[in-house]
Design a protein around this ligand. Structure first.
Ligand code: FAD
Length: 423
């Protein structure tokens, strides 16, 4: 076997999804082991936005103070037009915290990952690296995984948190990742290297024709995080070598000075082509379940990917607690059924909405001007677009709030196109 000693739960993948689920289940008194293919546990990338639906869970885990110390609590999120720089709409994040009871935070990915890693260590989770899982099988007493080097390991249940290119997902569907023609460049740089004045009390989002640009502070304002996303002409033309730095420069050549000033800081040695997958409504296969990006990798426009992964583990752990008998035995089938009754539908909504949200951000021509007019008409303190995402994570389908309430405009027109859209 991969490691000494039997465990109740095997988790494949030690990303933010896998580690947070491991911690959630270890808190319920379960013996948990994480199998990670990499040499070390870690996260590549830059910043993450963590909305109140996730800081609420961090608070429940007793990890919010640590996260706040490592992150930044911005005061506003401002959306501007990337061509003329004018303001379109904003969220008052101080009021948002009052509204939802928990803050909107930005944090370095490796800091959030490190918080869960340390929490897992404290909780006694068995953390194994250099363990690439290549096969899964249900057994009479649970489930077994096969590792690349021929070892096997087994437990009462297996959770596959193995990301966008999940091996376990093949048990449920033969779908493939869906490539969008968009690519993301990132940068997280010490604030002294930025060379321009930046208001770090803001999360700033510029949206424009086939591109957008995001920046915010990290690590108490000692770093600036930037994300530049654009549609690659070479991807559209079906060429293989797409998303390269020359395309980055071209894509932002006509943007406003504030955006252009950020482009030279982008990392140019790596970039992230944007993939998602179509929603699937079945995540459970016997004693094996999917979690996180393995189940629902989104395009990143709503900044909910890591959050959904963290919610998954929290919801599953709550149902485990609810289906534990007095003698400590767990009705796993019932816990999995309750998890699967609520999470796939929520994540389906986020996946489809984030695709539409991206389309809206990237409009050109007259459609861009119409969008701008609708966004400007939005009342800053209208939370009807965010209630279904930032409110408490639902444990049952009945708790899941309705998805979207159109803003009634004075003219009587509906602004249904001005935010996350109905599906
Ligand atoms: P992953 O992070 O992919 O982790 C999977 C883990 O499994 C990895 O450690 C991998 O090495 C391991 N693994 C894979 N296969 C195997 C195997 N066969 N055997 C063993 N181990 C294996 N989300 C937000 O919430 N907020 C944001 O602001 C945000 N911004 C984003 C910006 C960009 C540009 C991008 C690309 C994404 C963004 N996301 C954001 C999404 C977020 O990054 C992901 O949804 C999240 O990291 C998924 O976590 P995960 O643990 O499910 O998967």
């Amino acid at each position: 076997t991969a490691a000494a000693g039997p465990v109740d739960v095997l988790i494949v993948g030690g990303g933010i999804g896998g580690l947070s689920a491991a911690y959630a289940l270890a808190r319920e008194g379960l013996r948990v082991r994480v199998l990670e293919r990499a040499r070390e546990f870690g996260e590549v990338g830059a910043g993450l936005q963590i909305a109140p639906n996730c800081t609420r869970i961090l608070h429940d885990y007793g990890l919010l103070d640590e996260a706040e110390n490592l992150g930044v609590l911005p005061k506003t999120m401002v959306m501007r037009d990337a061509l003329d720089g004018s303001e379109l709409t904003r969220l008052d994040l101080v009021d948002l915290e009052r509204e939802y009871g928990f803050p909107y935070m930005v944090i370095h990915r490796s800091d959030l990952h490190g918080i869960f890693l340390r929490a897992c260590r404290r909780a006694g989770v068995d953390l194994i690296t250099d363990a690439r899982v290549v096969g899964y099988e249900n057994t009479p007493s649970g489930a077994e995984v096969l590792l690349e080097d021929g070892r096997t390991d087994e437990a009462r249940i297996v959770i596959a948190a193995d990301g966008l290119r999940s091996v376990a997902r093949r048990l449920l569907t033969d779908d493939q990742p869906v490539s969008s023609p968009y690519v993301a460049y990132r940068a997280a740089v010490p604030i002294e290297q930025v060379g321009r004045n930046i208001d770090l009390s803001e999360v700033s989002v510029h949206i424009g024709p086939h591109c957008h640009f995001v920046h915010y502070g990290l690590r108490g304002g000692r770093m600036l995080n930037q994300v530049a996303v654009f549609r690659s002409p070479r991807a559209l033309a079906g060429e293989k070598n797409w998303g390269t730095p020359d395309e980055l420069d071209n894509a932002f050549a006509t943007t406003c000075p504030d955006v252009q000033a950020g482009i030279p800081l982008m990392w140019r040695d790596r970039w992230w082509r944007m993939f998602d997958r179509d929603p699937i409504m079945t995540w459970v296969h016997g004693n094996i379940t999917l979690l996180g990006d393995a189940a629902h990798p989104p395009l990143q426009y709503m900044a909910q990917g890591a959050i959904m992964a963290i919610e998954d583990g929290w919801v599953l752990a709550r149902h485990v607690a609810a289906h534990r008998a007095e003698n400590g035995s767990i009705d796993w089938q019932a816990a999995f059924a309750a998890y699967e009754a609520v999470r796939p539908e929520h994540c389906r909504r986020v996946l489809t909405t984030t695709r539409a949200w991206g389309e809206l951000w990237h409009l050109d021509g007259t459609a861009r001007l119409q969008r701008n007019a609708l966004l400007r008409a939005r009342d800053t303190y209208d939370y009807s677009f965010t209630d279904w995402i930032y409110g408490p994570t639902a444990l049952t389908p009945e708790e899941e709030p309705p998805m979207f309430t159109p803003i009634p405009l004075d003219s009587g027109r509906s602004a249904a196109g001005a935010g996350p859209v109905q599906d």
